[in-house]
Write a protein that binds this ligand. Structure first.
Ligand code: NAG
Ligand code: NAG
Ligand code: NAG
Ligand code: NAG
Ligand code: NAG
Length: 401
């Protein structure tokens, strides 16, 4: 819309006057003009400068450093009442073009700029209208900083802003005001990595020295690539690792299968961390997910080795501690307690229960081979549960927020 207005401003010039008229106008306007004195004529009054920002592109977002560089144009407008004229006295001239440096100009800085650079507006032009209204528009590249929040990477949203302020004047003398309620996005080139969710323009008055206007944007990362290239392969990897427990122990391949998977994960881990911003302040849940998978794979390697070595002891009785562990983690003890409760409740069935009791008791002595198979099945169930729980957490964190 602004660009249309701007075009309209250019086309409104009517060709009813000559160069002589304009020369006369310029001489009259600037005869006693001092560009170091701010408007308005009654200097005890406050000067209001309206500003709007149209963003044409986001060039780059560095989420590790927390900087965003945007390309766009700022439009400042104010009234300089020393520069008014009567249109009919100057052959109908309604507006003229001025060069940078001919009039008083505000010194604008971005308060949250990533580098201490002023805007480069040396070669800019201004349009002056007969009612003293000045429109100053320039196109620039601003690099500002923001606080990256990587918690939900790659499903994260970041809040970035450009905070404009004036230097040299108190806000009570000259202050910036937003001319629009948001950043103008007509002609914005969509970014391939980030999506603009929402924008806002608002005045910020924090201290006596900071009459600021903040242009804020909420950006959401386009996460499809990361879902397909990181999240999905990692889930598949988890499933493959659970399958380790399904490899028959007799084949003797269980351990080698588990071990060969481990370096694959290592390669993958470095691949993933290349894509991840390396920040320690707001660690991504994805890092914890990776660490959980790493621990899972390490445990399944260790258990595969333990189970296999136990299996090849054949008919020897399993070591006592192992049988106890097997009892505890397979919830055999829970069964017993339940059974005991039933026994105390139903005394009529006492005989029958007693036989069941002795049967479970006999479980305490078993062969190594038997114990290893039992443990393998238990670990398989635990691994499945672990993977399911991990993915429930992941789904909750990434998709159900
Ligand atoms: C300048 O502005 C102040 C405040 O608005 C007003 O009180 C004063 O009369 C004005 N002076 C002139 C010369 O217009
Ligand atoms: C600045 O914006 C206000 C509110 O929209 C408007 O009343 C005023 O005329 C604008 N000033 C200039 C110089 O455009
Ligand atoms: C502008 O100039 C014309 C011609 O000199 C005059 O008639 C008119 O009153 C002036 N208008 C203003 C607002 O001074
Ligand atoms: C100044 O005049 C132009 C057209 O002549 C108009 O569009 C603009 O709104 C005016 N500005 C103010 C602040 O009155
Ligand atoms: C300036 O921003 C505030 C807060 O976003 C908004 O309420 C106000 O309408 C804006 N001013 C203009 C002239 O749009």
């Amino acid at each position: 819309m602004t660009s249309i207005l701007f075009l309209a401003m250019y086309s409104s010039i009517t060709a009813g006057y000559t160069i002589l008229d304009e020369e006369r106008l310029r001489t009259d306007l600037f005869a006693s003009y001092d560009q170091s004195i701010r408007p308005p004529y009654n200097i005890s009054q406050h000067l209001r400068i309206n500003v709007s920002f149209f963003m044409s592109a986001i060039k780059d977002i560095n989420d590790a450093k927390g900087t965003i560089s945007t390309l766009g144009g700022f439009t400042f407008s104010w009234i300089d009442d020393r520069l008014m004229w009567n249109v009919s006295e100057y052959g109908g001239i309604r507006e003229i073009v001025l060069q940078h440096g001919q009039t008083w100009l505000p010194s604008v800085i971005a308060m949250n700029a990533a580098s201490l650079a002023f805007f480069e507006y040396q070669d800019t032009f201004l349009r002056l209208q007969s009612n003293g209204s000045i429109g100053w528009r320039f196109f620039t590249h601003v690099e500002t900083s923001f606080k990256p929040d990587m918690t939900y990477f790659p499903h994260d949203t970041q809040i970035c802003s450009i905070e404009l302020s004036l230097i040299g004047y108190y806000p009570s003398e000259v202050a910036l005001y937003n001319e629009t309620q948001d950043i103008i996005l007509d002609g914005y080139q969509t970014n391939k990595k980030w999506e603009v969710v929402d924008t806002e323009a608002k005045p910020l008055y924090i201290g006596p020295f900071s009459g600021m206007v903040q242009f804020k944007m909420e950006l959401r990362r386009r996460h499809f690539y990361f879902d397909v290239m990181i999240m999905m392969p990692l889930s598949v990897f988890c499933v493959v690792y659970v399958v380790v427990f399904l490899v028959p122990i007799e084949s003797g391949e269980k351990v080698s299968f588990a071990i060969t998977l481990l370096p694959t994960f290592g390669v993958y881990l470095s691949e993933v961390s290349d894509n991840m911003p390396k920040v320690s302040t707001q660690m991504a849940y994805l890092s914890f997910y990776l660490v959980a998978i790493l621990f899972g794979t390490a445990f399944s390697c260790v258990f595969s080795i333990a189970i296999s070595s136990l299996y090849f002891k054949r008919q020897q009785p399993a070591p006592k501690p192992l049988t106890i562990i097997a009892h505890i983690i397979s919830f055999q003890w829970l069964m017993r307690i339940l059974e005991r409760c039933q026994i105390s409740q139903k005394k009529s069935d006492e005989k029958l229960k007693q036989t069941a009791w002795t049967e479970t008791e006999s479980y305490a002595v078993m062969s190594s081979q038997h114990a290893s198979k039992k443990l393998n099945n238990i670990f398989f169930i635990y691994a499945c549960l672990g993977v399911i729980v991990l993915h429930l957490f992941a789904i909750h964190a990434y998709f159900l927020r």
